[in-house]
Design a protein around this ligand. Structure first.
Ligand code: HEC
Length: 95
C-alpha cells in the first residue's frame, strides 16, 4: 500500500514539474497562464483587452510588473521573468 502511495506522489511531482518545463514559447505560456482571463485573441474577458494601444504602448517594465506582481484584481502570475518577457514579445508580435 505504501508503495502505491509513493508511486502516486512521484507521478504527481513528475507531472507538476513537467508543466513548467514545457512552457517554453510565448504562445504556450500565454495559453496556459493568460488566455483564461484575456482570451486567445487578446480581446479580454475577466481581464481587459490586451490589443488596445493604450496597453500595448506601455513599456515592458510596466508589463513585467503587472504580470509578476499582479495589478488590481489581476493576481500575480507565477512564471519566471524570462517567461514573462516571452509572453510580452508574443503579445506584441501578434498585435
Ligand atoms: C485571473 C485572471 C487573469 C490572469 C490569469 C491574467 N490576467 Fe492580466 N488582468 C486581469 C485583470 C482583472 C486585469 C485588470 C487589473 C486592474 O487594473 O484592476 C488585468 C490587467 C492586465 C494588464 C494591464 C492592462 C492595463 O491597462 O494596465 C496586462 C498588461 C495584463 N493583464 C497582462 C496579462 C498577461 C500577459 C497575463 C499572463 C502572463 C495575464 N495578464 C494573466 C486578469 C488576469
Amino acid at each position: 500500500m505504501k508503495k502505491v502511495l509513493f508511486l502516486f506522489l512521484f507521478l504527481f511531482i513528475a507531472c507538476g514539474s513537467q508543466e513548467s518545463v514545457e512552457l517554453t514559447t510565448g504562445k504556450e505560456i500565454y495559453t496556459a497562464r493568460c488566455s483564461a482571463c484575456h482570451l486567445d485573441d487578446f480581446s479580454g474577458r475577466v481581464g481587459p483587452s490586451l490589443k488596445m494601444s493604450n496597453v500595448l504602448d506601455k513599456p515592458d517594465s510596466y508589463w513585467l510588473q503587472t504580470i509578476l506582481k499582479g495589478k488590481g484584481s489581476m493576481p500575480a502570475v507565477r512564471i519566471t521573468e524570462e517567461q514573462a518577457q516571452l509572453v510580452i514579445d508574443y503579445i506584441r508580435d501578434s498585435n
